[in-house]
Design a protein around this ligand. Structure first.
Ligand SMILES: [Zn+2]
Length: 189
């Protein structure tokens, strides 16, 4: 019977691998345009290492953004504002930013906590932001697909339950990410 046991074990291993494989594959699908693609300025001193235990949805607006200036330049403008005298943060506040085509751009490295002008501590949060103002804009299908893929990939990578996915306004007094932005199937309403 050793041969049978071995075969059965192999079969079980194969079934287990098949069950896990799609999750593994998705976990590696944090496909982003790197910081070099938008010519990001280097981070400054003051980054705080953190351990991600949740994913939080943001928008960058107001203002609204309809694609001009193009995403790379717009990201540089946002980073410059965040690193500038008004905010004084070490880097762009968000970890991932999604444009109108559903392209995901790398912001602050995920290893470091983001920043906020509102009253909550963003340590532990993976900050996913959609470019624009989703009180006045409607997210399109490409953006929602990218958002869903990114949130699911982050959930797999950091082993996060559904309850760990939220919106900025779940943590602080803010309209962010706007009344029109949620992830159908992942978040209510
Ligand atoms: Zn926000």
């Amino acid at each position: 019977m050793p041969a049978f046991r071995l075969r059965r074990r192999t079969l079980l291993t194969a079934l287990l691998a098949a069950a896990l494989w799609p999750r593994r594959t998705r976990a590696e699908e944090l496909l982003m345009q790197p910081r070099t693609a938008w010519d990001a300025a280097p981070p400054r001193d003051g980054l705080r290492p953190h351990v991600i235990d949740r994913v939080t949805l943001h928008h960058t607006g107001p203002p609204a953004w309809w694609g001009a200036p193009a995403a790379p330049e717009y990201l540089r403008i946002i980073q410059s504002f965040h690193q500038g005298p008004e905010r004084g943060w070490p880097d762009i506040a968000y970890h991932l930013l999604i444009d109108l085509d559903g392209v995901v751009w790398e912001g602050r490295p995920l290893a470091f906590a983001g920043d906020t002008a509102t009253d909550y501590d963003p340590a532990g949060h993976a900050l996913v932001a959609v470019l624009g103002d989703y009180d006045v804009q409607q997210p399109n299908a490409a953006q929602l697909a990218a958002l869903r893929a990114m949130v699911q990939a982050l959930q797999v990578r950091y082993d996060l339950p559904p309850e760990a996915v939220g919106r900025h306004r779940d943590y602080a007094a803010t309209a962010c990410p706007g009344r029109n932005l949620s992830i159908p199937g992942l978040m209510d309403s």
